[in-house]
Design a protein around this ligand. Structure first.
Ligand SMILES: C[S@@+](CC[C@H](N)C(=O)[O-])C[C@H]1O[C@@H](n2cnc3c(N)ncnc32)[C@H](O)[C@@H]1O
Length: 412
């Protein structure tokens, strides 16, 4: 079968690529990857990426500087990327195919531009689950703007919030995964005989790869229709998105689904037996961790002089070894409340960089050419690789079941 040409945006240290190169049928070929870190001169993620991957074009440029021509030259069949949750509001403009202008520096608009330049068959995007609720003053607007943009570009979209630990992984990392497919493909056509509810519970990509109970949680189902005017969506759209949903031709159905949980890997299972003693925490540092993880009630004063109490609940002194790890942040490894600390061999210690890699399902020592602090940072930014492999496996099946005819046509 013909390979699917993948463009990997915001590539980081290559989580999407590793996930897609691990699928059953080896259909994905990453032919173009872009990674540029705006906040540092050193380009550590790019360095790690190019160290491991030797094929395809690797671009180390601000995505906003990549020209339309270069994007078009990738001829991508699939565009993938994890990108930040930002302000997606738009204003009317006379420029651009969509006739809108978003805020400068908002990376979703670069993804939209990439799609306009390549018209790929599939999209896989990843974001924090907060995206579904943002901004707090107009809940759901940002995701509404995103869906409506993809709708206007000719895509149907399925999404699901997935907690990696609930599907057999070692980290409780909750992210929204967005799967888009071109509306004019046989696959989209094949789904027309199913209702939105059928797709969410049984027939869609997520239902097949990440099974859920067949009834909504607490009867939570919402439906709405998107306006074709994105500026209108940006100004007025407000909606409660649940953890699962589909948008077809502007019609949205969202349902609160309950995962059929698989046995996770525990934090204890991914720990290294031998570790450097420099990771052991004692003395003042240990006291600091105890304080940070303890419960507190601190009096604070607002700039206008109003007194209030900042409170924080207590955490266990060290992380439970019989549960999957908590979400890893980019601050992992620093003296911080969210840093994992574990008790092994009667010692309290932080995680090693290899253990941080294992929490995401990366190969051991994937980032070992980088300074240690950056290794933790990279893992805090990355994703849980087996989730992408599962998504990729279904896309391969879709290609084989539905799109083969189109490929045949292209061949003759
Ligand atoms: C959430 S991380 C993605 C991590 C990746 N999925 C992985 O597995 O490592 C987002 C990435 O986008 C990069 N980035 C941020 N702004 C960018 C820009 N303007 N152009 C290109 N890349 C950018 C960051 O450096 C970061 O590596």
């Amino acid at each position: 079968m013909k390979k699917l040409r993948v463009a990997e945006l915001f590539a980081g240290v290559g989580g999407f690529r590793l996930g897609l190169e691990n699928t059953n049928n080896n259909l994905f070929e990453i032919t173009w990857a872009n990674q540029w870190e705006p906040s540092t001169k050193a380009q550590h993620a790019f360095e790690c990426y190019t160290h491991h991957f030797k094929t395809g074009i690797h671009s180390n440029e601000d995505i906003a500087e990549v020209t339309d021509e270069e994007m078009a030259s990738t001829s991508a069949d699939i565009v993938v990327g994890g990108f930040p949750c930002q302000d997606y509001s738009v204003a009317r403009s006379l420029n651009g195919e969509l006739g809108i202008s978003g805020k400068k520096g908002v990376l979703f608009w670069e993804i939209a531009r990439f799609i306009q330049n390549t018209y790929p068959k599939y999209l896989i995007l990843e974001n924090v689950d907060r995206l579904l609720k943002s901004p707090s003053k107009q809940r759901g607007r940002d995701f509404g703007v995103m869906l409506s943009t993809l709708n206007e570009l000719g895509y149907d979209v399925e999404w699901r919030v997935i907690n990696a630990a609930e599907y057999g992984n070692a980290q409780r990392r909750r992210r929204v995964f967005i799967f888009g497919y071109r509306r004019n493909m046989s696959y989209a056509e094949s789904l027309t005989s199913f209702s939105d509810d059928d797709i969410i519970f049984k027939e869609g990509l997520y239902a097949k790869q990440f099974p859920v109970e067949s009834k909504p949680n607490k009867n939570r189902i919402n439906k709405t229709e998107l306006s074709h005017d994105i500026v209108n969506v940006s100004d007025t759209f407000q909606f409660q998105f649940w953890n699962s949903g589909i948008m077809r031709d502007g019609q949205i159905t969202t349902i609160d689904t309950t995962p059929i949980k698989e046995t996770p890997v525990t934090l204890g299972e991914i720990l290294e037996e031998n570790y450097d003693k420099k990771y052991v925490i004692t003395g003042d540092k240990l006291e600091k961790f105890k304080y940070l993880r303890g419960s507190k009630k601190i009096e604070r004063v607002t700039p206008t002089g109003h007194k209030y109490y900042y409170t924080e609940g207590g955490m266990s002194e060290t992380d439970a070894l019989d549960l999957p790890g908590r979400t890893m942040l980019t601050s992992e490894g620093s003296v911080n409340r969210s840093t994992h600390i574990v008790k092994t061999n009667n010692e309290i210690r932080q995680l090693t960089p290899v253990e941080a890699e294992r929490l995401n399902g990366f190969p051991d020592n994937w980032t070992d050419m980088l300074p240690e602090r950056r290794r933790f940072f990279m893992m805090g930014n990355a994703l849980v690789i087996p989730i992408i492999t599962r998504i990729g496996n279904r896309i391969e099946e879709i290609e084989q079941e539905f799109e083969e005819d189109e490929t045949q046509l292209e061949l003759f």
